[in-house]
Design a protein around this ligand. Structure first.
Ligand code: HEC
Length: 135
């Protein structure tokens, strides 16, 4: 009787041990995929909007604004996925709130302004890409 009990106890200890080990391994894998950089889709119409209204400041050739967002890094996968998600979401928010492109810049360069349709397309694209990357 004691022998049977001992076998049952050792089997359950063993199964608890292996299941925790598997959990640790699977959460490690998850972390790796989050940290890997994934490329995102940038359709031509969206790239045209960004080229017109954002890159003169937010690109490697731009001004100090590239410290906040650098669209070259968004295109070439230089941002780690987690950072990329944040940049996409903050970009969508900045356009949604009318903070970007800056009012001063638009007053000086009215041709760089985004139309309502362009704003909508950009916001939708940035949020969709961020959501996809979060999965
Ligand atoms: C005239 C230059 C200029 C243009 C054009 C411009 N930005 Fe900016 N942007 C800035 C500057 C300067 C800052 C940093 C200061 C600030 O937050 O106002 C900034 C900050 C940001 C931030 C960070 C804000 C935050 O919450 O931390 C985001 C996101 C952003 N811009 C997105 C965009 C997007 C998207 C576009 C195009 C639709 C754009 N910007 C166009 C100059 C520009």
């Amino acid at each position: 009787m004691i022998k049977i009990l001992a076998v049952i106890v050792s089997i359950s200890i063993f199964s608890i041990f292996t299941s925790t080990k598997n959990n640790i391994i699977s959460s490690k894998n998850k972390l790796n995929t989050i940290q890997q950089t994934k490329k995102i889709d940038v359709p031509e119409n969206i790239k045209a909007i960004i080229d017109k209204s954002c890159v003169s400041c937010h690109s490697t050739n731009g001004n100090m604004a590239k410290m906040h967002v650098n669209f070259d890094y968004i295109y070439n996968g230089k941002y780690k996925t987690e950072k990329l998600i944040k940049k996409l979401n903050s970009s969508a928010k900045s356009v949604e709130k009318g903070k970007m492109p800056t009012k001063r810049y638009i007053t000086k360069n009215p041709d760089k302004a985004m139309s309502d349709a362009e704003k909508k397309a950009f916001i939708n694209w940035a949020k969709t890409q961020a959501d996809k990357l979060s999965k």
